[in-house]
Design a protein. Structure first.
Length: 336
């Protein structure tokens, strides 16, 4: 990343941060809520509709005057927004499901997606649990840069605050997206796409009645939300299309995995399960992996072998690049 880009990331972050701090203090509310208001107002460049005193409204309007959208590319804006959301998570002590997918992981997922779709002129993407939209916009920007393709994008998010952050982030980055403020498990009528990409929430889904229509629902008690979302996602992928999911490394080693595997049989190809470096996680139980699934149909076939392995440390650039080359070889030789 160039020094100029880093300066620009910091410059836009400072605009968001200074405005959010003024709003937070004036309204005695969370930094997150203040950031949501800031992202909305910075695009208009006007702080008068924020319900502040004339003096504070003028202060934030002066801050917004420093922002000229044409000075930034989309990826720079995304990184600045990401920094502001990370500050909100830290300051407001926000629960774990707000955690952002680290860029190192987003970049690896984007690399795999770009390798599989490298001959496509158009790609449609869906994230059924998009959170703040950070992973989806990171992949969008990466495919735009590496393949020269601007994907068609859809995202679903149930949480009010995360949905608002995502909507503003897409808008500021000038990424056109179809966004659904709903719970995917209630079977949102989202489009059928080439690929689903999602950092799946992990844990139990609380409303058993909603889960009943899914093959992956648990026979007793609550169902795993990540199982339900994998099923929902693959139902919204074209024949021969792909799902790229961030999942627990132990996904297939739980009692509940039987239902997931039963549902996959004859319907879904398990093409890859790549463990992320252990150093990124507090302990073995928290370790995550990139799961690559493919719908049957079109020219899809079961890859032989399935791509299994663990990424070397991201700090060991030589080993890391070698592993990416192995993924490239597998895609060309065994998958596509």
């Amino acid at each position: 990343m160039s020094v100029l880009t880093e300066e620009q990331i910091e410059r836009f972050f400072n605009i968001l941060n200074e405005s959010s701090e003024i709003i937070q203090k004036a309204k005695d509310q969370s930094y997150l809520d203040s950031l949501i208001e800031t992202l909305d107002a910075v695009q208009d460049g006007d702080g008068r509709h924020l319900g502040l005193t004339a003096s504070d409204a003028q202060k934030v309007t002066n801050i917004y005057a420093k922002f000229n959208r044409d000075d930034y590319d989309a990826e720079t804006l995304r990184k600045s927004i990401q920094m502001a959301i990370l500050k909100a998570i830290r300051l407001d002590k926000i629960q774990a499901n707000y955690q952002i997918t680290p860029d190192t992981i987003a970049n690896v997922i984007g690399y795999i997606v770009a390798g599989i779709f490298n001959d496509k002129k158009q790609i449609s993407l869906l994230d059924p649990a998009m959170g703040t939209g950070n992973l989806l916009t990171a992949i969008y920007n990466q495919l735009d840069r590496s393949l020269g393709v601007k994907p068609t994008v859809s995202g679903i998010e149930n949480d009010d605050a995360m949905f608002e952050l995502a909507a503003s982030s897409f808008e500021i980055q000038h990424i056109h997206a179809e966004l659904f403020h709903e719970d995917a498990i209630q079977n949102v009528l989202a489009p059928v796409v080439d690929a689903v990409i999602s950092d799946l929430p992990i844990g139990y889904y609380p409303i058993d009645a909603n889960a009943k229509g899914f093959n992956t629902h648990s026979e007793t008690g609550h169902s795993y939300v990540h199982h339900l979302l994998i099923e929902y996602s693959m139902n919204h992928v074209k024949k021969g299309g792909f799902g790229f999911f961030l999942v627990p490394s132990q996904l297939f080693q739980t009692e509940e995995a039987k239902q997931l595997l039963k549902w996959m049989q004859g319907r879904i190809y398990l093409q890859g399960l790549l463990n992320l470096p252990g150093e990124l996680f507090e302990n073995k139980a928290a370790q995550k992996a990139i799961l690559i699934l493919q719908n049957t149909g079109e020219n899809a076939k079961q890859s032989n072998p399935v791509m299994l392995g663990e990424f070397p440390s991201f700090k060991d650039q030589t080993a890391f690049k070698k592993f990416l080359t192995e993924i490239d070889d597998w895609q060309q030789r065994d998958l596509l």
